[in-house]
Design a protein around this ligand. Sequence first.
Ligand code: NAG
Ligand code: NAG
Ligand code: NAG
Length: 510
Amino acid sequence: ISKPNHNVNINCENIPYLNNFNGKDQKVYLEIYGCQMNINDAEIICSILKKHNYDIVDDIKKANIILLITCTIRENAEQKIWNKLQNLKYWKKSHVSKIGILGCMAEHLKHKIIAKERIVDIIAGPDSYKDLPRLLYISNDYQSAINVTLSVDETYADVTPIRLNPNSKTAYVSIMRGCNNMCTYCVVPFTRGHEKSRPITNILDEIQQLSDQGIKEIILLGQNVNSYRDISQSNFYMNNNVKTNHSKDFTTIYKNRLGGLRFSDLLDKVSLINSEMRIRFTSPHPKDFPDEVLYLIRERNNICHQIHLPAQSGSNNVLKRMRRGYTKEAYLNLVYHIRSIIPGVRLSSDFIAGFCDETDEDFNETLNLLKEVKYTMAYLYAYSMRDKTSAYRCYIDNINKKIKRARLEKMIKLYRSEAEILYKTQIGQKQLILVDKKSKRSTQSLVGRNDGNIKVIFPDITIPNTNRSLSCKQIKYGDYIVVKITDANSQTLKGVPLYHSSINEFSLNK
Ligand SMILES: *[C@@H]1O[C@H](CO)[C@@H](O)[C@H](O)[C@H]1NC(C)=O
Ligand SMILES: *[C@@H]1O[C@H](CO)[C@@H](O)[C@H](O)[C@H]1NC(C)=O
Ligand SMILES: *[C@@H]1O[C@H](CO)[C@@H](O)[C@H](O)[C@H]1NC(C)=O
């Protein structure tokens, strides 16, 4: 495996002390692309900039500085950002003084950005956000400032993210950064660097604060949450496969850390902070799914019975070329194992159609897997080759666009029809819903999510305080209510609110 390229571009030799980089109330607008991780990154950036007296604004028209938090996982994602830069030329001519490219595209495309887009003033990679005040300070019309150093230990443990949407009752918490998996199609190890876990105490403190602020749902984020290790106590490495009941079926090419506190320890402690706060996590890698985590999910009412289990393909040939470390059979065994421990668990997944050399038969195996598992949610994509990846170096992107497109459409169609069946089986059920926001379609409706993370739409009416209460109250965001499901399609459930409840009360009466 080749190491990520740690090119550094030093723009300024005499670096004044960091605290001198005062933002003087300049107004910054952040635009976020890509994954949930980028939302959390934006919250970290927000916190760092505010400490240096920058003002964060939510209207681009009021901004002096525009920072794009970018994504490069697929070609479309990247194209959106190139297009945006074209639009921003207009802003740069009027009131915007600086434009920055932050995050994954920064490291990946720094040379291209500078060569192609002279309007970009700063480029900062995912590990150099603390350097942003300096970069903003030293860049000017004649000189752009770049820092795309990837760090072995930066987890922003000492930065408390500032939540961008204070009304939301859901908060994302990064527990680790980077990835060591080296799946051949994936650019993440190159853009976000090596895997590094945040210390557990630090994560627990942040979640305690969020709980105190009234947050009702925590989503723990990491590229591979199951390899989380807080090794601040013990620190030794061994080249070994993960010790689970499935270890013989799953392989990994990187050195697993043993010792220290693991993801199950973290999940255990997080779930005890507030039993009325829902906990979700994403993503685990199928290759290291310890039973402890499964038993914990079953045992704790506030850990949602929903698991994202990215499969990527159903063909063993393709899985091998992707270097996923499991076969279709091993993946299916894990699915059955999970279902035997957590009956009724909802599974979601990621799939890629048209990876290098994928044949019709290979693709058919993917369809078969989708059909067999029946996911409540699936993120489906046509393959787009990213440079720097092993696939870029070793394989040929030889499935033409039309075929990729056709396969993607087939996957979507099959997934949707299976999801619709799955959703329709929920009609008649009484489910605990966490109320999220107003429905986009109708002002008289609200939207929430059930334990399985499926969207539920219901009318905004006054309902009894509890199951047996005679007095009623309105439904507010962040309330838990019991909804009777009355209708379903392939994307949402519809229902009628019955009464207010809580995680504990609902699980007692189940
Ligand atoms: C880039 O940013 C990191 C993190 O803030 C910092 O440690 C490093 O010194 C910076 N690199 C340069 C060349 O200034
Ligand atoms: C394997 O699974 C069984 C039950 O399915 C459990 O009792 C045992 O502890 C597990 N072993 C490991 C190493 O996880
Ligand atoms: C795909 O699988 C189905 C059965 O699941 C089979 O009828 C069909 O012939 C297969 N197609 C190819 C191209 O292998």
